[in-house]
Design a protein around this ligand. Structure first.
Ligand code: DLZ
Length: 168
């Protein structure tokens, strides 16, 4: 099984679980789209490798990471998804905007998990500059979009397991 904390060795296709029975929502932010497009592409590749049909992937594009919370909430309200992946990239600027956005999206997404009792995967990069972000979506530091998709599959399957154990 893939190891967390060392994602350079992740994503041997043979290690990706069978996700053919899973429905996934993806909310992704348009800010820093040169990064979030790569995160999205990596996540979609993993879901495809897991055997998800295209019609079982529901996407919503939101303006910035701050809006990911609303996107995640709408996905659970309007689509029959088992798990939601949120993809964004917040880059430190000269002002404190970074802190407010990061705090809001982290607490917001956690709130959606608690409200719906279903997993929301935090695929939001929070970096000092664009280079650090690019290194984390297919560069020296792995691929956080692919990693988020794998986490989503694991969480969806885990919650299926839990349902089976307690009989509903
Ligand atoms: C305004 C803003 C800034 C300064 N930086 C980022 C960023 O680095 N990453 C990101 O995803 N979004 C940023 N935004 C936009 C906010 O997330 C949000 O869309 C606006 O504040 C409007 O609510």
């Amino acid at each position: 099984m893939a190891q967390y904390g060392n994602n350079t060795q992740l994503f041997n296709p043979q290690e990706i679980p069978d996700g053919s029975g899973i429905k996934v929502g993806i909310a992704y932010a348009q800010w820093n789209s040169e990064v979030t497009d790569k995160l999205l592409q990596g996540a979609l590749e993993v879901l495809e490798q897991a055997g998800l049909a295209k019609e079982n992937i529901f996407r919503i594009s939101v303006p910035g990471s701050y809006e990911l919370t609303a996107g995640a909430q709408w996905l659970y309200q309007h689509h029959p998804v088992d798990v939601v992946i949120c993809l964004g990239c917040v880059i430190q600027g000269e002002t404190r905007h970074f802190d407010f956005i990061c705090h809001a999206v982290a607490t917001g997404l956690n709130g959606v998990t608690l409200k719906f009792g279903k997993p929301v995967i935090f695929g939001v990069l929070t970096t000092d500059n664009q280079q650090q972000a690019l290194e984390r979506c297919g560069g020296a530091h792995g691929h956080k979009g692919r990693e988020a998709a794998l986490t989503a599959l694991q969480m969806a399957l885990l919650s299926d397991d839990q349902k089976n154990k307690i009989g509903f």
